[in-house]
Design a protein around this ligand. Sequence first.
Ligand SMILES: Nc1nc2c(c(=O)[nH]1)N[C@H]1C(S)=C(S)[C@@H](COP(=O)(O)O)O[C@H]1N2
Ligand SMILES: [Mo]
Length: 319
Amino acid sequence: MLIKIIDPTAAREHEVTPQALYLDRRRLMASTARSMIAAGVSGVSGLMSSMAFAAKAYEKVPKGSPFDTNEALTPFKDVTSYNNFYEFGTDKGDPKINSGSLKPRPWKITVDGEVEKPTSFDIDDFIKTQKLEERIYRLRCVEAWSMVIPWIGFPLADVIKAARPTRKAKFVAFTTLLDPVQMPGQKSKILDWPYTEGLRLDEASHPLAFLAVGLYGDMLPNQSGAPLRLVVPWKYGFKSIKSIVKITFTSTQPKTTWNIMAPDEYGFYSNVNPNVDHPRWSQGKERRIGELFKRKTLMFNGYDQVASLYTGLDLKKNF
Ligand SMILES: Nc1nc2c(c(=O)[nH]1)N[C@H]1C(S)=C(S)[C@@H](COP(=O)(O)O)O[C@H]1N2
Ligand SMILES: [Mo]
């Protein structure tokens, strides 16, 4: 979130990434070995079919959602090497380099607060119960860059329905893992750890709000927020909290990390809004990662279907 001069050459090296490069070799080999043991596979043809089976975790998820954009995808390499994840450093290249210490399995997620069904579950058990889908969303970062990413996940609304919020529930708060050993950036006081975010309950229930467990057909890489991260495509990137361990329903507006850090710069709503300047820069234009020229930023990042959530709200005051 610090001011950065974007190097226009940085993200344009490989417009096309061969399929094979999508794979994290070590994870591929480990999961191949596991599936071979599980299936009692032996021999070369067994190996080949196990490799094919293990290639991408979510290959079979149906593609083509009513929420998709038909804009060109941001190459996998850029999606996973130009990140904000302060738990692993403040440079855009840091999360890819430093996030190997994060152990996204086993992983427990707690749902609590103003709900009739507080619960906690293991990420893999949980994924099995979800109907996964692929959605291509534009993700917009506050520093005027954006990406188009094929996410795999499920609507946040499904979790909300299952939790059965009480009548007192008005907001949903999210919390990232707190563990300075796995997340060495938490040893410095650069942010108020653990990272937290929040949405109004009606925003969180909107069909566009999404919990991602993968991208480009495979599991989320650590730097992208493994094993579970929020995607709120009509808001600035920092609302899309990574590596979530807790979802809490509250009656009052929850504190959010960037708002605590700089309340004049980062509000609770954080809707993409070209008409409201950030105190230190214009928000009228953005660079799609991989493109040379800037484009006009659209209100709500182009997702007009959320506009009615904000009827009567002064979006200059509630930035
Ligand atoms: N836990 C956590 N979540 C986080 C952040 C962070 O530092 N820590 N950075 C946010 C910011 S500022 C942005 S722009 C997006 C970046 O997501 P991406 O790296 O997948 O593009 O993640 C958001 N989620
Ligand atoms: Mo951001």
